[in-house]
Ligand binder design. Structure first.
Ligand code: AMP
Length: 129
């Protein structure tokens, strides 16, 4: 059975889409650490990021770089932080988090609650940046 993230990338499960291409998909994390917290995934379903081939890994990183540039334009921040955990969802993904300070990237901190309208507006702003 396909992972939840494969189903999101296929459009079978709704998400706040930020960007996509033939091999990759980016969407807002549903429980963001900061507004604009984005997940970047390969469509190819692999459990762990470092199980990707060198070529796939390079392509994913380049796609993530493009998404991070859009994110930086759309969401005012000092830096876009990047992290890989994969403790919860067994489909390789990269977290991109707009940071004002290093405290904004705390995986144990209570998550932010944004309305559906706010999530829609942020996703649109990133997509169009
Ligand atoms: P981890 O596997 O530890 O990197 O964490 C998985 C991340 O995926 C968490 O930050 C979740 O909030 C996020 N997440 C899980 N399900 C969804 C979903 N359906 N849409 C968006 N983000 C999700």
């Amino acid at each position: 059975m396909a992972s939840i993230f494969s189903r999101i990338a296929a459009g079978e499960i709704p998400s706040y889409k930020v960007a996509e291409d033939e091999k990759h998909f980016a969407f807002l994390d549903i429980n963001p650490m900061a507004p604009g917290h984005t997940l970047v995934i390969p469509r190819h379903e692999v459990d762990y990021l470092f199980d990707l081939s060198a070529e796939e890994y390079g392509e994913l990183m380049e796609f993530a770089r493009k998404v991070a540039l859009k994110l930086k334009k759309a969401v005012p921040c000092q830096r876009v932080g990047i992290a890989v955990l994969g403790m919860e969802v067994p489909h390789a993904h990269i977290h991109l988090v707009p940071l004002q300070t290093e405290a904004d990237m705390d995986f144990r901190a209570p998550k932010k609650t944004l309305s559906a309208q706010e999530m829609t507006d942020i996703a649109k702003a990133i997509a169009e940046a």
